[in-house]
Design a protein. Structure first.
Length: 132
C-alpha cells in the first residue's frame, strides 16, 4: 500500500511539473523521491518544491514549507530561481522565494499521520501566492 501511495504522489507531482513547465515555458524534471526538492531545470536555472494542501488558499493567513528545504535551496542553488508550488483545493499557486519578503519562521507541523511531525518552518503569506 505504501508503494502505491508513493507512486500516486509522484504521479501527481509529475502532472504538476508538466503544468508548471507549460505555463512558464521551462523544463523542470522530477528529482528522485529522496531528493530534498521536487523539480530542477538546469538549463533555465530553476528549482521547485511542490506542496499539496487539502484546503482552499484563503483558509489560513499563510502556508508553510520546511525551513530545511529553504536552506538547502539557498546553499546549493543560490543562483537559481526557487519556485514554491502549492496545489490547493481551489487551484495551483506559486511563489518565487525571496528573503526580502521577511517570512515568519517558527516551529510547526502535524500529528494526523500516526506520528508527530514537528520542525522549523518558513511561513509564506497567502498574499504572496499567485495563481498559475
Amino acid at each position: 500500500i505504501l508503494f502505491l501511495f508513493l507512486f500516486l504522489m509522484t504521479l501527481d507531482d509529475c502532472n504538476i511539473l508538466n503544468f508548471v513547465n507549460e505555463k512558464f515555458s521551462i523544463n523542470l524534471e522530477s528529482t528522485s523521491y529522496y531528493y530534498r526538492l521536487d523539480g530542477i531545470d538546469k538549463n533555465n536555472k530553476v528549482i521547485c518544491e511542490i506542496k499539496t494542501r487539502s484546503c482552499n488558499k484563503d483558509k489560513y493567513e499563510d502556508t508553510m514549507v520546511g525551513q530545511d528545504k529553504i536552506e538547502f535551496a539557498k546553499e546549493n542553488y543560490a543562483d537559481y530561481k526557487f519556485l514554491l508550488i502549492f496545489q490547493f483545493d481551489d487551484g495551483i499557486y506559486y511563489y518565487e522565494y525571496s528573503d526580502k519578503d521577511n517570512h515568519r519562521q517558527s516551529l510547526g507541523g502535524r500529528s494526523d499521520r500516526g506520528r508527530p511531525e514537528f520542525k522549523q518552518y518558513c511561513f509564506i503569506s497567502k498574499d504572496l501566492l499567485k495563481i498559475i
